[in-house]
Design a protein around this ligand. Structure first.
Ligand SMILES: Nc1nc2c(c(=O)[nH]1)N[C@H]1C(S)=C(S)[C@@H](COP(=O)(O)OP(=O)(O)OC[C@H]3O[C@@H](n4cnc5c(=O)[nH]c(N)nc54)[C@H](O)[C@@H]3O)O[C@H]1N2
Ligand SMILES: Nc1nc2c(c(=O)[nH]1)N[C@H]1C(S)=C(S)[C@@H](COP(=O)(O)OP(=O)(O)OC[C@H]3O[C@@H](n4cnc5c(=O)[nH]c(N)nc54)[C@H](O)[C@@H]3O)O[C@H]1N2
Ligand SMILES: [Mo]
Length: 817
């Protein structure tokens, strides 16, 4: 038993282990000052809500309040460990400025009201829009942070009740490319791999994934392998010197936006050196010849030039992945939010398929998720897919869904692909969507090109409903604000990036009159009088568990089959991986272990797209290409990004995260330990660019793109030359300053600068490839930028005080059992 300052040492103490051994337990506990374990009255089971890793934990409750958290030793995902955001983040629930009553706009101002008044406004507007403009005048923009039961209910209301095709999540900004890449390669969404593959792999390759900061506990698993006997080799593809890059055997730091070229180069080497598993490819895939033809054009020398990386490094990386015996690949936003996102992510699937690295321990691909329940948004049909991975272009699937919901098949919109979020914003802009209901997301900070977003959300003709915990930047534009209960205050299930389903139980009462999202949605359905085709209520469930039972039936027989799960089964022990059925009652570790895919034309979720243009394939084309439902090898040509550096904008801007903050900081910004570790925006600049521009650590600089400007203090760090990085966490809301535009120095939200552009196939916005300029505004006062020193933003300048947490950040660690 010991304690660690988990701001200073976010990954805690190492518990080394060797290939094939189980990952040792380390139970992390954090209790509020003045609370001891004996004071805790109840421990209430849940899992992490501030990322997609699904770390299982218990909430400590005393006198009806949360007083701490403890990792769950028995869980397959974390074996007791806590991410610093989870150790400290629960404190945000009790913030004094939580919304406690509904608000409505009166005479231009938001004023408090009762639930009846607020809901009747929402229902009244819905009904009058349905009468005058029809279902397509209503849109729903949800999140990756609610529970499965809530998404399923939302999907039923929107698709089965109102009949609008305009339903998407912020998962469009997050994991749309993961879903798209899985559909392109395997015919269906669904994570092939398992976290246990980390225990076996001899090579782990991370593509645009800063796992050290964004899946802290999964990275601890990797660090523990690296510290043990026969450690794996790591390959890292990232333009910044992340902790992952620092630990890697080979680090490739490509020019942003060139991922597809890089992947084609790696695959070219794999083919040229005959590292292909011919037997696997012949038995289980289609499309090899076409892929091989594309790859011919990407010899290492040419690719090294496009990506501006040393050719010997590219070859070294190819050798490592090409000769691996147990290869695990992970992919995240460095690919998904960058140029040619889906095409590049698909090449990682191709690498795994060409090498026959699927379905065995240590082998596989994790097309990662980001948000805690992004997986459920996709599965439950709240993100522009239909529930349980049904194919909107397959009439049999629509009929089947109509059977489950007892509605007329013609009532479920399937005349065109579901509308994606960026298109919904466009429809709001041009006035065809008149009502937008935003749940659990803060688009006024997280969508690209914020000046435009503010104009779109601020229109008089738009009726905007915002359902949140706080009066966010987005809520400021709302006509009705509905106060929601959150994690710890309501019950539900959610599924992490490796298909592990966890139950999250209610630990404490929500503040004031705030209500669980599920209750608000069911209330809406009843008030609106939504019925099935026999006139009975469309939504037949009344609480979380009955909603879960309904969702289970909807998922039965589909790839994400929950039918073998119950709340009782999820209580007490570890989370369980879907599919979980009568035949697989303890869940399923890896998909496709038997080389059978969900890709049969009658079963698949999608018929595929052209990866470069995004044009959908016809059902007949797909049937001809893949009649027996094998995995698909799909090649794509690299084309240059739309916005490339110019004389006026000579640099490339990328954006992303830091370990200590979550998104737009509505939670982590209200947590003292986390906020203090990364209190304000900074801009990362390479030593070469800093010297050229006369910039030093702590100087105030202005980053410009054609869309706007941001002022931030300079961190001279380990980023690639020619590239600048901004964290996107900082909107104009501030814990210190109150809401409203912040500071005289101009904007600080990274999305003032990003562009309205998206990947052709997944429609995910491109947050990581833009042209920018940088100039000095004024010299610093000697104090450094407020960027953490422990992470990718580590300074190269000597004398910057290290990031520490101190007495309030000590986490207890108990190793062994
Ligand atoms: N601490 C923390 N953890 C989180 C979150 C958080 O906000 N904070 N959010 C969660 C969510 S929703 C998500 S989606 C995940 C995201 O997790 P990640 O994808 O790991 O995080 P990002 O910082 O967005 O981007 C990862 C890396 O992409 C690199 N990159 C930028 N452009 C390119 C490029 O063109 N090519 C390549 N190869 N790399 C590039 C960046 O340098 C960055 O280090 O994190 C989850 N976990
Ligand atoms: N430039 C740039 N922009 C990005 C990214 C990037 O890397 N760079 N990343 C993108 C990605 S991957 C993501 S996921 C998005 C995230 O962007 P957002 O979704 O806008 O970010 P959050 O701050 O997580 O917003 C979630 C909101 O839900 C509220 N909330 C939390 N729990 C609940 C609940 O139980 N019920 C309700 N009703 N509300 C709740 C929170 O208070 C918060 O306001 O940002 C995207 N934008
Ligand atoms: Mo995300």
């Amino acid at each position: 038993m010991g304690t660690t300052d988990r701001i200073a040492e976010p990954w805690g103490t190492r518990t080394p282990y060797g290939a094939g051994s189980p990952w040792p337990t380390r139970v992390d506990t954090y209790l509020a000052a003045g609370t001891s374990a004996e004071d805790v009255e109840r421990w209430v089971q849940t899992a992490s809500i501030l990322h997609s890793n699904g770390d299982a934990l218990d909430i400590a409750v005393r006198d009806g309040r949360m007083v701490g958290v403890r990792g769950r030793a028995d869980d397959r995902v974390n074996r007791g460990r806590l991410d610093p955001k989870d150790a400290f983040g629960w404190q945000a629930n009790a913030s004094a400025d939580r919304l406690t009553r509904p608000l409505v706009r009166e005479g231009g101002r938001l004023v408090e009201t009762d639930w009846d008044t607020a809901m009747n406004r929402v229902v009244g507007t819905t009904r009058s829009l349905l009468d005058t403009h029809g279902p397509s005048s209503i849109g729903f923009y949800t999140t990756g942070q609610l529970f499965a039961e809530e998404y399923y209910t939302l999907g039923v209301i929107a698709h089965g009740g109102i009949g609008t095709n305009h339903v998407d999540g912020n998962t469009r900004l997050c994991t749309a490319t993961a879903a798209a890449a899985l559909k392109e390669s395997f015919g269906c969404d669904g994570q092939p791999g398992s976290y246990e593959d980390v225990d076996h792999a001899d090579v782990i390759a991370l593509f645009g994934h800063n796992m050290a900061e964004t899946q802290v506990v999964l990275w601890e698993r990797v660090l523990d392998r690296l510290a043990g006997p026969n450690p794996p080799q790591l390959v890292c593809v990232d333009p910044r010197a992340t902790e992952v890059a620092r630990a890697a055997t080979v680090h490739l730091a490509p020019r942003p936006g060139t991922n597809l070229a890089l992947m084609n180069g790696l695959l070219h080497e794999v083919v040229a050196n005959d590292w292909v598993d011919r037997a696997y490819v012949d038995a289980h895939t289609v499309g090899y010849d076409a892929l091989e033809k594309v790859l011919r054009d990407y010899p290492a020398e040419k690719v090294a030039q496009i990506c501006d990386i040393p050719v010997e490094d590219l070859r070294a990386a190819a050798r490592i992945v090409g000769r691996a015996e147990q290869l695990l690949c992970t992919v995240l936003q460095g690919f998904y939010q960058s140029h040619q996102a889906t095409a590049a992510a698909v090449q990682v699937n191709n690498l795994v398929l060409l090498r026959g690295m699927l379905g065995r321990p240590g082998c596989g691909v994790l097309q990662m998720n980001g948000q805690p329940s992004a997986e459920n948004t996709r599965e439950c049909g709240a993100d522009g897919d239909l529930a349980a991975f049904r194919n909107w272009a397959n009439p049999d699937h629509i009929r089947d869904l109509a059977r489950v919901w007892n509605v007329d098949p013609m009532h479920i919109p399937h005349y065109s692909p579901p509308t994606h979020a960026m298109q919904m914003i466009r429809y709001v802009e041009d006035g065809s969507i008149r009502m937008l209901w935003v749940t659990g997301t803060n688009p006024a900070v997280s969508l690209p090109e914020l000046r435009r977003i503010r104009a779109v959300l601020g229109q008089d003709r738009l009726f905007l409903v915002v359902q949140d915990l706080f009066l966010t930047e987005t809520a400021e534009f709302a006509d009705v604000v509905l106060p929601a209960a959150t994690w710890g205050e309501k019950t539900g299930t959610f599924t992490n990036a490796d298909r592990t389903v966890h139950l999250s139980e209610k630990a404490v009462e929500p503040p004031g009159e705030s209500r669980p999202d599920l209750d608000i949605l069911i209330d809406f359905a009843h008030r609106l009088g939504l019925t099935d085709k026999d006139g009975g209520p469309l939504v037949t469930w009344h609480d979380a568990e009955s909603a879960f039972e309904a969702w289970k039936e909807c998922s039965r027989g589909r790839p994400c089959d929950y039918s073998g799960l119950t709340y009782a089964k999820l209580r007490g022990g570890s989370g369980i991986q879907w599919p979980c059925t009568d035949d697989a009652p303890t869940g399923t570790d890896r998909l496709y272990a038997d080389g059978a895919f969900f890709a049969h034309p009658d079963y698949c979720e999608h018929y595929g797209r052209d990866l470069v243009t995004g044009a959908p394939m016809e059902p007949g084309e797909y049937k001809a290409l893949n009649p027996s439902g094998k995995a698909l090898l799909r090649g794509a040509e690299y084309v240059t990004p739309h916005e490339i550096p110019s004389e006026d904008f000579p640099l490339q801007l990328i954006t992303g995260r830091t370990l200590y903050q979550f998104h737009t900081r509505t939670k982590t910004g209200r947590v003292p330990q986390l906020q203090a570790a990364a209190p304000d925006v900074w801009v990362e600049v390479s030593p070469q660019d800093a010297e050229m521009l006369g910039l030093a650590e702590g100087d105030l600089a202005e980053v410009r793109t054609p869309r706007g400007r941001v002022r931030a203090k300079v961190r001279v760090g380990g980023i690639r030359r020619g590239v600048v990085f901004l964290p996107f966490h900082y909107g104009y809301w501030d814990t210190e300053g109150g809401s409203g535009p912040r500071g005289a120095d101009g904007g600080r939200a990274a999305n003032e600068l990003t562009l309205t552009d998206w990947d052709a196939a997944s429609k995910q916005p491109i947050f990581k490839t833009a042209a920018a300029s940088l100039r000095k505004v004024r010299a610093g006062d000697g104090s450094p930028a407020s960027a953490p020193t422990t992470t990718a933003s580590a300074p190269v300048t000597a004398g910057v005080a290290p990031t520490v947490g101190g007495a309030s950040a000590l986490v207890t660690e108990r190793t062994g059992r």
